[in-house]
Design a protein around this ligand. Structure first.
Ligand code: FES
Length: 124
């Protein structure tokens, strides 16, 4: 049941951040010659390390910028960071480490160097 307070609609399932991992028409589509997205590995890592309640993991359909496979969005309260060209396991390991550090800190952790070079501007 939705809970409305003087501050508006409230959720009991707040998180520090949400990680949107694209597996749409292009990202992760090895059958189209694109690099894999280790979806099962990520789900297991999030579960085993107890990250889910701090950084929600969402495996999504197409996020739009297909030319930059593989694409993820790091959504926080004040900003969304877009990353593309994540083609190596170490990129996804860095996302896992970032999520774990975010959970540990209780706030969005700095982006590791290995991911900083993959940032792009999503909107005009
Ligand atoms: S399929 Fe990933 S951005 Fe379109």
């Amino acid at each position: 049941m939705a809970k409305v307070t003087e501050k508006g609609l409230q959720t009991a399932r707040k998180t520090i951040a949400q990680l949107l991992v694209c597996t749409g028409c292009c990202c992760g589509r090895t059958d189209r010659g694109n690099p894999a997205v280790p979806v099962d590995w990520m789900k297991n890592e999030w579960k085993m390390r107890g990250i889910l309640k701090s950084v929600h993991l969402t495996i999504s359909g197409c996020l739009g910028p297909c030319d930059l496979v593989n694409v993820v969005g790091l959504v926080g309260e004040n900003e969304t960071i877009w990353l593309g060209g994540l083609v190596h396991q170490q990129h996804f390991a860095a996302l896992r480490d970032w999520a774990q550090e975010t959970a540990r800190l209780g706030e969005i952790a700095p982006l590791p160097d290995i991911l900083r070079d993959h940032q792009f501007k999503r909107f005009c």
